[in-house]
Ligand binder design. Sequence first.
Ligand code: FMN
Length: 140
Amino acid sequence: MLIRLIYLSQAVGPQTAALTDSILRTAQAWNTPNGITGVLCEGQGVYLQVLEGERGVVTRLYARIHADPRHADLELLHCEAITERRYGEWSMAHVGLSDVDPQTKIVWPDFDPYSANGALVMARIDALVAQGRRVRTPSS
Ligand SMILES: Cc1cc2nc3c(=O)[nH]c(=O)nc-3n(C[C@H](O)[C@H](O)[C@H](O)COP(=O)(O)O)c2cc1C
């Protein structure tokens, strides 16, 4: 069974380009052979990540990511069974929030991901992906 999981977390320390590249390199190397696709939005002190794949694989990956000391306070925003992947072409697409409109904030007064339902969170992520000037796979 395929699922899509979305979580939000708080970065521990500065989100430097080197740190982001390191996370994306790990993600690309592991995700591709293990059938994981998704998007990592990062910046402004937070990570907002979508993971798609087989339920057991996503569950174990999420447990590893959860234990990663580079971020904290993970909150599972959404998890659903899916029939189709939304981000199937990306082992892990990257949206750097410093690259999108500086007015853009993940947490807006009119969008609180901690209380928004899954559909709203997905719509927000799709808007971030659409606005991102550097949506890419780590290898591109
Ligand atoms: C925000 C964030 C997103 C991550 N996303 C992934 C990912 O998509 N795939 C992956 O294999 N590792 C990802 N990682 C790295 C894992 O947390 C972990 O370091 C890596 O899987 C190696 O795990 P291990 O040290 O237990 O072997 C991410 C880490 C962070 C901080």
